[in-house]
Design a protein around this ligand. Structure first.
Ligand code: AMP
Length: 283
């Protein structure tokens, strides 16, 4: 496995490699890799001639009071996992090489990024859209793999490549979970033992929504009420939001008539966690 830290070197490699008409699969991450990341890397490995994994904790997607500086990092662990997973290039730039001090151009999304996580994290998805565009330009992928865990992000990135005609195919991988149902996340490492026990409430609240949906409930208010009840029983969990929106546009819906995304975010004292599920009416 080759490690590239310089963005220009990365781009030169990408451009040269694509001239062979072979495919590059990119898996963008912020590191502290776990089985969720590895499942995406496996998807890329199965489909691409060369697999590039990026590790970059992107400061522009963190708000001023968020956890950029305390975001978990473990280079040796990540490097070992990438070697084990058959990654060809590990691209790990530093912040100064990625952003010119006087940078003035950003990629902004004006609709889908405003609700759900965007409400409590203003500017977050602008940071995501900008860094993902840069990573695409630098690594020259034929396709990139994103996790369904970050449901809003995945849908915004699909919109980004559609609206800007970016020639990168977007693939997605299912949410990988711990044995008790908690979605794997680098931030789980920060939970105290009590918080970790209670963190299962995210998956449980989605179970409640799915159960009620399976019995025929289609009212968004009724379905989200079922989720709220479960979160309310976990004393360390403070619900940020639970919402059900159109699966493609993320627009608000009142009744589920087409596939819908039920997404939630919960603040624990030590970490903010997210999860989601897609609800599909048969007809
Ligand atoms: P992150 O390092 O948290 O920015 O995540 C990098 C990529 O891994 C994103 O596309 C995430 O959606 C994805 N990812 C994170 N956790 C999981 C998980 N538990 N299952 C599947 N994909 C995940």
């Amino acid at each position: 496995m080759e490690i590239i830290r310089d963005p220009i070197e990365m781009q030169e490699w990408g451009i040269a490699y694509r001239q062979n008409e072979e495919s590059i699969g990119l898996v963008p991450t912020m590191g502290y890799l776990h089985a969720g990341h590895l499942s995406l890397i496996r998807m890329a490995r199965d489909r691409a001639d060369k697999v590039v994994v990026s590790i970059f904790v992107n400061p522009t997607q963190f708000g001023p009071n968020e956890d950029f500086s305390s975001y978990p990092r473990d280079w040796a662990h990540d490097e070992r996992l990438c070697i084990g997973a058959g990654v060809d290039i590990l691209f790990a730039p530093d912040v100064a090489s990625m952003y010119a001090k006087d940078a003035t151009v950003q990629v902004l999304e004006n609709s889908m990024s405003k609700g759900l996580c965007g409400k409590s994290r203003p500017g977050h998805f602008d940071g995501v859209c900008t860094v993902v565009t840069k990573l695409f330009n630098l690594t020259q992928p034929s396709f990139a793999v994103f996790g369904e865990k970050d449901g809003q992000q995945l849908r915004i990135i699909r919109r980004l490549v559609r609206d800007l005609n970016i020639p990168v195919k977007i693939l997605s991988g299912p949410i990988i979970r711990e044995a008790d149902g908690l979605a794997m996340s680098s931030r789980n490492a920060r939970l105290t033992p009590d918080e970790r026990r209670q963190a299962v409430c995210l998956r449980r609240s989605l179970d409640a929504v799915e159960e009620s949906f399976a019995k025929g409930e289609r009212s968004v208010n009724a379905l989200t009420a079922a989720a709220r009840e479960v979160i309310a029983r976990a004393p360390l969990a403070a619900l940020d939001y639970v919402e059900i929106v159109d699966d493609e546009t993320l627009a608000a819906v009142a009744e589920i008539e087409r596939p819908a995304l039920c997404a939630l975010a919960v603040n624990f004292p030590s970490a903010r966690l997210i999860d989601n599920v897609v609800l599909r009416p048969r007809d």
